[in-house]
Ligand binder design. Sequence first.
Ligand SMILES: C[S@@+](CC[C@H](N)C(=O)[O-])C[C@H]1O[C@@H](n2cnc3c(N)ncnc32)[C@H](O)[C@@H]1O
Length: 281
Amino acid sequence: MNQPALRHVDNLQPAWQQNEDRIEGMLQAVLTNRFLPQPDQNSVFVGDGNYRAVGAEFLGHFIRMGGLQPKSSVLDIGSGIGRMAVPLTQYLDSDHGRYVGIDPVEDGVTWCRQSVTPVYPNFTFQHVDIAHELYNPSGRINGKALKLPYPDRQFDFAIMTSIVTHLPPDEVLVYFSEINRMLKPGGRLFVTAFVVDGIAAKDEHGRRDPRLAFVRSGDGPCWFVPGLPPLAAVGFDDGFLDRALERAGFTTVLKSLGHWRGQSAGHYQDVFVAERRSVSG
Ligand SMILES: C[S@@+](CC[C@H](N)C(=O)[O-])C[C@H]1O[C@@H](n2cnc3c(N)ncnc32)[C@H](O)[C@@H]1O
């Protein structure tokens, strides 16, 4: 007698493993897909590292650490030249998922509009003329008075990768509060940062990334790199971002310290995932 069902027994994998295999397969496909848009090397103003590899890595972090779902509606603050957007095109559901990127640098927004949106119309990019002393010195909008042009409770997931690492603390507070307003209850914010904890502070000349020889600045929570403009790289006292998130209406569901401080970790910058608390009434 045939026993076809038995033939599958050897292939049984736990559900989480199947899921993990699927994620890994998708990330590999993002890495090797030569049809995905890729900006010219000279216009990649988002920092060092391989554009595609960093994007694929973060897509993995959004899913595994942040719980991002294919049907999510995503807001990417400081979307730059699409490093996070391009891999997300391979994950977000074309009918139900949505992506909105905003950035003060017009060139990056223009590239994304021309290279991503025509093929992925659920991906849109908006130039917001926020002043920033390095990225947009003549910007007309003061980041301390920022009001983003989106209604309340629009998004499931907000991204800030390598953004608070370039912002003064008062602008971080404004952003957290604006993002909280625009997220649905239970929606999540994924933030990367440099948290100057005891180990990072002690390790100034030790194992931590030598480019980030942070020294404390004044009485505030900030650490800057001597010889660089202050907003080229900002570190924050451990606890500052935790309190800022709490104050803005978030509960931090994950805080994972990165390997920039010289300790082993699966990512470079520190990562926070925070969830918008539901409000009664
Ligand atoms: C290091 S890049 C990171 C870009 C992108 N998030 C990524 O990971 O590829 C920093 C980005 O922050 C943007 N930026 C600077 N000031 C900003 C502000 N006040 N609000 C939002 N984005 C800002 C810059 O234009 C730039 O695209």
